[in-house]
Design a protein around this ligand. Structure first.
Ligand SMILES: [Ca+2]
Length: 443
């Protein structure tokens, strides 16, 4: 009986795959591409978001068709009431080229979760983009929203975004978080620090604000990474309608900045002596950086960013370097028109890797723990548009192989992190998003 149900689930899954593939093919039609391009040009959704909306509608219908049997095979878990711990549901078992693993649901019904961070006592902090911060226990129990967050501009891709604990969290109980801050004229990226005091924040202090604050909800970047020297990297998007300012050192748009934990400028930042330059700038010419992490060996900063149509990038972000946007890119505009001068220019850096067509990368993490020996040294990136996790093998600073994982899950992967327990953790980007954990099988 069990075997026949499994067979049925596989058959249903194959039929759904076929329907889904035909639907995706229909999306490639020229007329639809033009409509999406026009929507993007008008400041609408970008990076596949419009297509994702259409897909989501079809997926809802497909889920109803799938009902019980095939739903299990697709890893679609039934929703649990918020505040209750799920019983560590196994959502999926799969094989990578290098190792077998299973995917376990740790927490669910998180609204548009964006970032997960780990505390020394085993609890996790998760941001929800609409403007809530929650604690999640090792058992998956979700806290009420943490009190005393500042006012947040939750629009488009903006909202409460990254969160990281202070390197000295065990003694200072301090966390750092990035968000879109409303102003009279629009909004800007901001970074705040605060003491986590039970289920509330105290001593909230804004330590960084973007110099410009236009309206508009797109391209915030917004990853936070502590460097080994104790300074904090913050990635800042080009705010979509202001892309040319990624080349302007008097603007924070399209930059990575480096600040001290109190918000002051480290005296060895690369532009501190450049007249007219904002002294926080570390590197420039970026578009929308939604992934950032330290290389476990070199301790250098690696980042990922969205291109327009094609030209998503992984970069090794070196001080004072110019990564080219929007003068050079390996992609084209949503209309199909070329951008800038091509894909190369003297004085501008080439990416370590580019994805053309785009995958819309979000969340970036090197793996260097013991649970998955075969994955040590690999770089993992979430993908929003292609709904998967990509595993990159490196030789030095070159990517020599890619593997696409979790494609049958069909979830937009917003964040990927290595936990202190050596497992890989993921967040899915959905109205009822999930915190997932990858565990090895059969090792
Ligand atoms: Ca570039």
């Amino acid at each position: 009986m069990k075997r026949s149900l499994n067979q049925l689930a596989r058959v249903d899954s194959a039929i759904l795959d076929s329907i889904h593939a035909r639907f995706l093919a229909s999306l490639q039609s020229e007329a639809l591409q033009q409509r999406l391009a026009a929507a993007a040009a008008a400041g609408g959704p970008e990076d596949g978001a419009a297509m994702a909306g259409l897909e989501a509608a079809v997926r809802r219908v497909m889920r109803r068709i799938a009902a019980a049997g095939a739903a299990g095979a697709l890893g679609i878990a039934a929703g649990a009431a918020q505040g209750q711990a799920p019983s560590a549901t196994v959502a999926l078992e799969a094989a990578s080229e290098k190792t077998r693993f299973r995917l376990v649901t740790i927490a669910e019904n998180l609204e548009r979760p964006w970032s997960v961070a780990f505390l020394p006592d085993g609890r996790m902090l998760v941001t929800e983009k609409p403007g809530r911060l929650r604690l999640i226990g090792p058992d998956g129990r979700i806290s009420p929203p943490i009190a005393n967050l500042p006012e947040i501009y939750a629009r488009g891709q903006g909202g409460l975004l990254d969160v990281v604990p202070s390197p000295g969290f065990a003694s200072d109980r301090t966390i750092f978080f990035s968000y879109s801050e409303p102003t009279r004229d629009g909004a800007r990226s901001a970074v705040a620090r605060a003491v986590l005091d039970g289920e509330a924040l105290s001593q909230v202090k804004v330590i960084f604000r973007q110099a410009q604050d236009p309206p508009g909800g797109h391209h915030w970047g917004s990853r936070l990474v502590f460097a080994p020297d104790g300074n904090l990297f913050v990635t800042l998007g080009d705010r979509f309608n202001h892309r040319e300012r990624a080349q302007d050192v008097s603007s924070h748009f399209g930059k990575i900045v480096r600040i001290a934990p109190d918000g002051s400028v480290p005296p060895d930042n690369p532009f501190v002596k450049t007249p007219g330059a904002l002294p926080e700038i570390w590197s420039m010419g970026h578009r929308n950086l939604q992934g950032a992490t330290l290389h476990p060996g070199t301790r250098q900063l690696w980042t990922s960013e969205h291109g327009a149509q094609g030209g998503d990038e992984i970069n090794l972000a070196l001080p004072g370097s110019n990564y080219g946007w929007p003068i050079i890119t390996h992609g084209v505009d949503y209309s199909g028109a070329p951008i800038g001068v091509g894909s190369e220019k003297v004085g501008m850096e080439q990416p370590v890797l580019h994805w053309t067509p785009s995958i819309a990368p979000s969340g970036l993490a090197f793996y260097d723990a013991e649970r998955f020996p075969a994955w040590r040294g690999n770089l993992f990136s979430g993908s929003l548009k292609d709904r998967m996790l990509v595993r990159l093998e490196l030789e030095g600073n070159r990517v020599v192989h890619q593997e696409r994982l979790l494609e049958t899950l069909r979830e937009r992967i917003r964040d990927v992190r290595q936990g202190p327990d050596g497992f890989l953790y993921l967040l899915t980007d959905a109205a009822a998003g999930r915190l997932l954990r990858l565990e090895p099988v059969g090792l």
